[in-house]
Design a protein around this ligand. Sequence first.
Ligand code: C2E
Ligand code: SIN
Ligand code: SIN
Ligand code: FE
Ligand code: FE
Length: 375
Amino acid sequence: MYDHDDILNKLNHNISLGEKIRFLHGALAERFPSIDRISAAIYDPKSDILKTFVHSSGGDDPLSHYQASLAESRALREILEKGRPRVVNDLAIFAAGGHAHTLQIRTQGYRSSYTMPMFLNGVFFGFIFFNSYTKDPFTNDSLHYLDLFGHLISLIIINEVSSIQTLLAAVKTARDVTHHRDVETGAHLDRMSRFAQLIAREMADKYQFTDDYIEHVFLFAPLHDIGKIGIPDSILLKPGKLTEQEFMNMQQHVVKGRRIIDEMLENFGFDSIQHVDILRNIATYHHEAVNGSGYPQGLEGVAIPIEARIVAVADVFDALTSRRPYKEPWSNEDAFTTLRRLAGVSLDRECVDALECHRPEVEAIQARFQEDQIG
Ligand code: C2E
Ligand code: SIN
Ligand code: SIN
Ligand code: FE
Ligand code: FE
């Protein structure tokens, strides 16, 4: 008998994605101590944007809350076109120029990088970066291990992301078989989830949001109104103002949503999805008001989970600027005026400010995701 402990045993536990990556980093560093940072960025094909997702590094992460268009990164595009990872044993070769993120990596003192593209069934979905403070750490021996670790990390990320995608697909189907889609279009969900992401990124430093957290707010935001599939069409599609009775019925969408989510998580057996509380909180509390006048519980201020306060602002802004069976779209100007009026009353003031200080990005999102496009 030979006594041996599985060195990756911790991966069997229900720990967060970030913890898994940090743990793997530790295991890798035992053998290759010169690997000082591992990070992963995932790709959103709809907007051609690459976003940092998880990382493991001591100290500050130079690329936290970072996103860039893939089209703008020549070096990363080249990796994709070749379909092969890239070894840069000395980042000084980019001394003269290079992309902004490479510059940030260098400013932080990293000297070298190994970049692996991640694929799922042949479809590109992101990159893994290994960085070192030393130059020339990458040898055949270390690269062999980095490839193994890279694929392991990629599988762990796929497991997480594809569970969420399955969940979203199930919800889309539910939306399509009910008349819910007549009210809230795919474009509304594309926009409001990106508004929520903008707000979360803006508030990230103060609230210490991780990229992983921000990404989950973005992924889960489109499910905020899932409970509307349980509301009768006569109310949901009513062209005019709701009666008091009808509005009370309508308000049930938040508790119905919570129930649907709990059932789906159970039926699909999605124990592996991290941060499901973000999803539950968004569905349950996105109509709470900071002065306590909201529903379903009348929670006040910081008692309302922050992800729900973020999504509330994103949702109301997009509801105001969109056509609804009961209203015409408002201008951005009017919508922001109303948001400012609601700040501190129903909406969280910091979330409102965070959205308003990104008006150019808000307009870019509106231009990209227009109503007449198939959502
Ligand atoms: P929704 O259309 O997605 O609107 C989401 C939230 O945006 C609303 O939550 C409200 O906070 C805000 N909002 C939307 N339109 C306006 C507006 O014209 N003025 C102001 N100040 N705020 C607006 P709320 O009020 O809890 O409503 C929840 C859902 O109930 C709405 O979701 C919509 O589906 C339905 N609803 C609300 N009022 C009416 C109505 O008069 N007629 C119909 N048919 N449905 C309504
Ligand atoms: C770029 O990213 O566009 C060029 C510099 C680099 O990242 O290697
Ligand atoms: C790059 O190498 O172009 C991306 C920067 C990084 O290594 O994180
Ligand atoms: Fe709602
Ligand atoms: Fe909505």
